[in-house]
Design a protein around this ligand. Structure first.
Ligand code: CP
Ligand code: NVA
Length: 312
């Protein structure tokens, strides 16, 4: 049975524990210069309907480091862009590739691709989820704090794809998560409802508040993301107004714990969702996050393509 990564919920907690451990192992091996090529002659296809720096480069380099290769497939150049059905695209690509990663708008597209593909499908970001980012974020926090359970993450800003995946990831790992967003910009209600039950099971707290200072109170991590995501450019002006007061700046960081870390999935807009002095300051770990995309995705690729399901 092939396994996909469409949302964080595709993995059980023990899968996530395994991926984090394996990511650290792969990271150390790479840093030592010890070759590890479990994906020789394997190919990952990468379909992009939106721009990317980190996702594209980390997946491509990750496949290369594992002994395989990756193909960049711009949706505009595929027949998909001219109306070929997703189902036919999935069936065709399954005859050439060993896995496919897709970055697109609707989560339904990723789900349809996965339904018709006989190879693993990885969600490289949709309007609703960004699971690969959340995996890298968990690894980064664990590296800095040694543990995840019991820590508090405050997410300040738009209840978007990154927020939704963080909600799923944090509640699964027993972390407390407080989301501060303006009314009307809350994270997805279904995801929040499911995560509330998950948090209850794990003995952790999930809260949604319109008050950034309340969310940041005593936080171990303060996280933010852009106010207008890809595809929301026409709403930019309205969003700038709605999100005034939701900037992660020195004043907000004063409310968080003195050792609180600052995170952002990048790309960032300095002076909008985050002050330059904060993202470029000593508490910021944003480039560690970016680096860890590579290591966590390598663990995912190895697990899904080489069939290393030792955790499940
Ligand atoms: N964080 C992230 O996914 O970055 P890219 O859009 O550059 O891939
Ligand atoms: N929320 C952002 C994340 C980019 C990595 C977007 O969807 O554009």
């Amino acid at each position: 049975m092939k396994k996909d990564l469409l949302t964080i919920h595709d993995f059980e907690k023990n899968d996530l524990d395994y991926i984090l451990e394996r990511s650290s192992w792969l990271k150390e091996r790479q840093k030592n210069g010890t070759p590890h090529h479990p994906l020789q002659s394997r190919t990952l296809g990468m379909i992009f309907e939106k721009s990317s720096t980190r996702t594209r480069v980390s997946f491509e380099v990750g496949m290369y480091q594992l002994g395989g290769q990756a193909l960049f497939l711009s949706a505009n150049d595929l027949q998909l862009g001219r109306g070929e059905p997703i189902a036919d695209t999935a069936r065709t690509l399954s005859r050439y590739l060993d896995a496919v990663m897709i970055r697109t708008f609707a989560q339904a597209v990723v789900e349809e691709l996965a339904r018709h593909a006989s190879i693993p499908v990885i969600n490289g970001l949709t309007d609703l989820h960004h699971p690969c980012q959340a995996l890298a974020d968990l690894l980064t926090i664990k590296e800095k704090r040694g543990t995840l359970a019991g820590l508090k993450l405050a997410y300040v800003g738009d209840g978007n794809n990154v927020a939704n995946s963080l909600i799923q990831a944090c509640t699964k790992m027993g972390m407390h998560i407080s989301i501060a967003c303006p009314r009307g910009y809350e994270p997805d209600a279904t995801i929040v409802g499911d995560a509330m039950s998950q948090a209850n099971q794990m003995g952790s707290r999930l809260e949604i508040t319109p008050d950034p200072f309340h969310a940041a109170q005593g936080a171990d991590v303060v996280y933010t993301d852009v106010w207008a995501s890809m595809g929301q450019e026409p709403e930019q002006a309205a969003r700038m107004k709605a999100f005034a007061g939701f900037q992660v700046n020195a004043e907000l960081m004063n409310v968080a714990g003195p050792d609180a870390l600052v995170m952002h999935c990048l790309p960032a807009h300095r002076g909008e969702e985050i002050a330059a002095e904060v993202i470029d300051g000593p508490r910021s770990i944003v480039f560690d996050q970016a680096e860890n995309r590579l290591h966590t995705q390598k663990a995912v690729l190895e697990m899904l393509i080489a069939g290393d399901h030792s955790a499940t």
